[in-house]
Design a protein around this ligand. Structure first.
Ligand code: PRT
Ligand code: MG
Length: 234
């Protein structure tokens, strides 16, 4: 059986977990319902109630790659992931990605954290060279360069919290949401680098070829985001 879709199919790339869970209400408001639970199914291609729309499940950090190379027409991923992906390509535009909408979901922040017994302010003041472990090397490089702090970046793919605990690094740059993970590992947040939310990413060529159906989905998402934002105002 071939998995190559008919030309009119819209493929949406999502990652399991928080992004999948938080995009569901937006999809529902756009009239799209995913027919299988990714936590229960082993399938990587999930059908929806709309025969022309399907979801592909990929690693969060692979979402921009799928959209860029046309494996998906659109996708949802964090601004953190987008910045790191764009840095590899010399900018979002050069990677052929169109970013029409901040979906305001899966919110968190990128922060610098250190061991509670490490005097970060003093180290910065003294002009010490800091060893910083992170998955977000582009964000970290840009941030410390703008502060004029010299850093040796150590690239990790997960469990960043361990690096300062084992003495491998002085600091980490990681995503923080409640702060519970840092606290549980005797780390503290010392700088907030930027706020993060998830964005809609669209393949520019697909947008031209499938303008009407993609626009309908983008507009429906935008309407829900606008309604949610105004409902959240005091
Ligand atoms: O897990 P995998 O390696 O496959 O990829 P991923 O970690 O990139 O995917 P996933 O699903 O964990 O995250 C997808 C996106 O969700 C991220 O790119 C962010 O944009 C967004 N997001 C929002 C978060 C968080 N909040 C978050 N808290 N991603 C990760 N975390 C982790 C963080 O890295 C840390 O380990 O949660 C921990 C901190 O949480 P608190 O609540 O204890 O502070
Ligand atoms: Mg994760």
């Amino acid at each position: 059986m071939s998995h190559t879709p008919p030309a009119a199919t819209i493929t949406l790339a999502l990652s399991k977990g928080r992004i999948f869970d938080e995009i569901m209400p937006l999809l529902a408001a756009a009239g799209i319902e995913v027919l299988e639970d990714p936590e229960k199914s082993r399938k990587l291609i999930l059908p929806t109630n709309r025969p022309e729309v399907r979801v592909v499940l990929v690693r969060a950090s692979d979402v921009p790659t799928y959209v860029q190379y046309g494996g998906a027409d659109m996708g949802v991923c964090g601004k953190d992931t987008l910045i790191e992906h764009s840095a590899e390509w010399g900018g979002a535009a050069r990677s052929g990605l169109y970013l029409p909408l901040d979906l305001q979901i899966a919110k968190c922040r990128v922060s610098v954290a250190v061991r509670t017994d490490f005097d970060y302010a003093q180290a910065v003041k003294k002009g010490s060279r800091l060893k910083v472990a992170t998955k977000y090397t582009a964000i970290a490089r840009e941030f410390f360069a703008s502060k004029g702090v010299h850093v040796d970046l150590i690239k990790l793919y997960g469990s960043m919290e361990l690096a300062p605990l084992t003495g491998m690094a002085d600091a980490i740059v990681d995503l923080v949401s409640t702060g519970n993970t840092l606290k549980a590992n005797h780390l503290m947040e010392v700088e907030r680098i930027m706020d993060i939310s998830s964005h809609l990413v669209v393949n520019q060529a697909a947008l031209k070829l499938k303008m009407a159906p993609l626009r309908r989905i983008i507009d429906a998402f935008a309407a829900t985001v606008a309604a949610n934002t105004s409902a959240a105002l005091p």
